[in-house]
Design a protein around this ligand. Structure first.
Ligand SMILES: Cc1ncc(COP(=O)(O)O)c(C=O)c1O
Length: 373
């Protein structure tokens, strides 16, 4: 049986996702006693303590289906962000949110605008639905060129993805830039501005930048805007898979109707509801990342390694004279997992997640060794 003949055309060319191997597997394979993972922008401080306590408390309940409406979590989000529950949706991480939006809105004839080096799941979602990805070059190579993105929109543009701050470059767009972009978007054939999907996975880190502004402020005036965030990053709940978003009541209602009914599991709901008000987790993580970012910038400068200033908890740096893939492989042999950027069309760059001081020191030590500095 040739299954290929039955698969939807738009699903045929997908490569398997290359997820990072578990640390224990790598230790065994590489014969290393110690490995540090600075690859997936997780929180080096670990999960919110409040979340862990909530998971423990709810463990015995896992034989129940979860609350399909994430009622308590939405209540907490509603209070925290002063936004009615009817404008809030939850899902199994930002990844699922991207896919839910794509399934809801993207048709074959639609064009979806995105930046050249932004989160890979956007083009994958467009491809999954058979839509056309329109890729826009970034300003100075690394920052969303919002005016150019608005210009790339035409009658067929259904949606635009904006990541703020962006992964993998770490750059951000200011409040004024975002406001101008939302205003300047042209109308499509429906007579509306395209849907803007504002991905704020690293919102809490970027919030330290003076001219950064979360997208919630723009929601009232922009019914075409969807803002989403995640519990995977600063709250340290990547393994539980939970994210949330804000949009008009109508958009939220359609997302609610089309999502899988139990997409946020019982432990994820409890953990997220506890984590959202964990001010200590947020503060500690922000402080650590700010300090360690400064440390890494300085070390990169001492080594003459080019890097891109980041508003998130990772840094993109140049792998010269090696290719990114080679540097990644060399560092891996030394027990440090980073991320090569070929899939982001940045073959001479590597992304490193900011870790604890000890981890960052080890990373720098190994980088020096590998680059023979
Ligand atoms: C920009 C961006 N958006 C969304 C996600 C998805 O995060 P999650 O599915 O863990 O919520 C990530 C994760 O790396 C990301 O970097």
């Amino acid at each position: 049986m040739e299954i290929k003949k039955l698969v939807r055309k738009s699903c045929l060319g997908f490569e398997p996702y290359t997820a990072g191997k578990p640390i224990e597997t790598l230790k065994r394979e590489m014969g290393l006693a110690k490995i540090i993972k600075l690859a997936s922008n997780e929180n080096p401080l670990g999960a919110s303590k409040k979340a862990v306590a909530a998971v423990k408390k709810n463990l015995e309940k896992i034989f129940f289906y979860p609350d399909s409406n994430s009622y308590e979590l939405k209540q907490k989000l509603s209070q925290r962000y002063k936004m009615p529950s009817a404008n809030i949706f939850t899902a199994a991480g930002g990844d699922e949110i991207i896919e839910l939006i794509a399934k809801l809105f993207f048709n074959k004839e639609d064009e979806i605008v995105m930046s050249k080096h932004s989160f890979i799941r956007y083009s994958m979602a467009a491809r999954l639905m058979g839509s056309k990805s329109v890729i826009v070059a970034m300003k100075n190579g690394f920052k969303h060129d919002l005016p150019a993105m608005a210009k790339a929109c035409n009658k067929n543009t259904k949606a635009v993805f904006v990541t703020n701050p962006n992964n993998p470059t770490g750059t951000y767009n200011t409040k004024a830039e975002l406001a101008a972009f939302l205003k300047d978007l042209p109308l499509n054939k429906f007579g509306y501005k395209p849907i803007v999907i504002l991905d704020e996975a690293y919102y809490e880190y970027a919030a330290l930048e003076k001219d950064y502004c979360g997208g919630l402020e723009f929601l009232n005036d922009n019914p075409n805007l969807i803002v989403f965030r995640t519990f995977s990053k600063i709250f340290g709940l990547a393994g539980l898979r939970v994210g949330y978003g804000f949009a008009s009541k109508d958009i939220t209602d359609y997302i609610e109707r089309t999502r899988p009914p139990f997409n946020v599991n019982i432990l994820a709901q409890a953990a997220a509801a506890a984590a959202i008000n964990d001010k200590e987790q947020i503060k500690k993580s922000q402080t650590l990342i700010k300090k360690e970012k400064a440390y890494l910038y300085k070390e990169f400068e001492n080594l003459g390694v080019k890097y891109v200033k980041s508003a998130a908890n990772f840094i993109l740096f140049n792998s010269s004279p090696l290719k990114g893939k080679e540097l990644f492989a060399e560092l891996l042999r030394e027990g440090v997992i980073t991320r090569a950027m070929d899939e982001y069309d940045l073959p001479d760059w590597v992304r490193v997640t900011i870790g604890l001081r000890k981890e960052n020191e080890l990373f720098i030590k190994k980088l020096k060794k590998v680059l023979k500095k």
